[in-house]
Design a protein around this ligand. Structure first.
Ligand code: ADP
Length: 405
């Protein structure tokens, strides 16, 4: 190719390149700048010539740029400028724009020159920023989504727990309903069966009393009055047991604490039970240890004791003694009821607190097998416990334990 032709082509390349091309000497003076570089830096045609290259770098890096230029000339080779850092160009109006610059050099016989190829990367940076924003947005949305999923999972878990609870409640209600129905039908059977004996006794005593009209018959009359009393007591006990259990089953019994003076309170209960005593039976009460002013549910304690004491009376022969002792030790109230009655075999003791259970040795002593089951349920309401020591033919001691406070 002819020399003039290649100069022409090089010139065209310089003139029409879309990259900015600036050639500067070792002092940093611009000797040639193509139109693309003039446009990039906001200069009119020919205005860049003779300017310093430092006029094109941001003001805050002008001083380091001269040093960099000097270093480059010490070891000139083609390379990208400012690797790893963001580079900026400064326009004539002092505004800055991001650039990518690669450096090269050329030597003539007179001087060495630095050639800078400059690409305005404003658009690319904008795209990068848009991309980064979009990425951040996606991360944020993702986090939001995860949070929502988590919230929903918690809501779902709560709903499941709620559902399980409702199911449990329904099952409980159904079983309570079933128990109540069973209780009702048991009552009908028991009433028709157990009521007959005391009612017959009452009837025959009443008709006999009618016959004992003379004053010599006074003793016989009062014996029959006693029999009537005992039979009425039995009827009352059966009715009370069914009513108590019905209330318990329906969840109507709750523990209501009130302050009581224990020994006074127990003396009254024991006094009430004296009307049930058989001939020659005695009952003694004693408070052994501890401050006797307490917070307790009066009704529950009273029902428990009436049950235990009436059993002690019922299952002991005439002339025997019953002993009631209360103690308060280490935040625990204990009340024991001890009798010298028929006792309970070890085998029967195991089932004693089951509903409708009656020991084999009760023979013709009337009862429903409900009392001790009710006692147990009342104690559960107060977080209490019951223990039993018994020997056949010698007697039994029931002790209830109720935690205080
Ligand atoms: P009931 O006395 O109406 O049969 P309870 O539930 O009160 O029902 O008692 C269950 C059973 O425990 C009684 O039938 C009896 O066999 C036995 N029992 C309870 N207390 C005593 C006692 N003090 N002495 C002997 N046996 C007892």
């Amino acid at each position: 190719m002819a020399f003039s032709r290649s100069v022409e082509m090089m010139n065209a390349l310089f003139q029409f390149a879309s990259e900015g091309i600036i050639i500067s000497n070792k002092e940093g003076r611009i000797v040639m700048a193509n139109p693309a570089s003039e446009r990039q830096f906001g200069y009119e045609s020919g205005q860049l010539a003779d300017k310093s290259i430092e006029d094109l770098v941001p003001r805050n890096v002008v001083h380091v740029h001269a040093q960099h230029r000097h270093d480059y000339l010490g070891n000139p080779h083609p390379r990208a400028m400012g690797k790893g850092i963001d580079l900026y160009g400064r326009r004539k109006d002092d505004s800055v724009f991001p650039v990518e610059i690669s450096l090269s050099y050329l030597s003539t016989s007179e001087e060495n020159y630095i050639m800078s190829f400059i690409v305005d990367i404003t658009e690319r940076k904008r795209h990068e920023k848009d991309l980064k924003d979009a990425h951040n947005q996606i991360v944020r949305l993702n986090e939001e989504l995860e949070r929502r999923v988590q919230d929903r999972t918690i809501e779902l878990a709560n709903a499941i727990t709620e559902l399980a609870r409702s199911k449990e409640e329904i099952v409980k209600a159904l079983s309570r309903e079933k128990d109540l129905n069973e209780l009702k039908s048991r009552f009908v059977t028991t009433a028709s069966h157990e009521f007959r004996t005391p009612l017959t006794a009452i009837l025959s005593s009443v008709s006999l009393i009618g016959r004992y009209s003379s004053s010599e018959d006074l003793e016989k009359r009062s014996r029959h009055v006693e029999k009537i009393k005992a039979s009425v007591n039995t009827l009352t006990e059966i009715l009370n047991n069914f009513l108590s259990l019905g209330k318990l089953e329906e969840g109507l019994v709750q523990c209501q604490l009130e302050s009581i003076e224990l020994d006074r309170f127990l003396i009254d209960i024991v006094e009430d039970t004296k009307t049930l005593l058989k001939a020659g039976q005695t009952i003694r009460y004693q408070h052994e240890i501890g401050d006797a002013c307490l917070l307790l549910d009066k009704q529950l304690i009273k029902n428990i004791l009436l049950n235990l004491i009436s059993n002690a009376i019922k299952y002991s022969p005439e002339g025997k003694e019953i002993e009631v002792v209360s103690k308060i030790e280490n935040g625990l109230l204990s009340i024991s009821v001890k009798d010298q009655g028929i006792g309970i075999s070890e085998e029967d003791q195991e089932h004693l607190f089951e509903r409708f259970f009656r020991a084999k040795n009760v023979e013709n002593i009337q009862g429903t097998g409900l009392g001790l089951n009710i006692v147990l349920k009342y104690l559960e309401l107060m977080n209490g416990k019951i223990s039993l020591v018994s020997e056949l033919g010698k007697g039994s001691t029931f002790v209830v334990y109720i935690p205080l406070g």
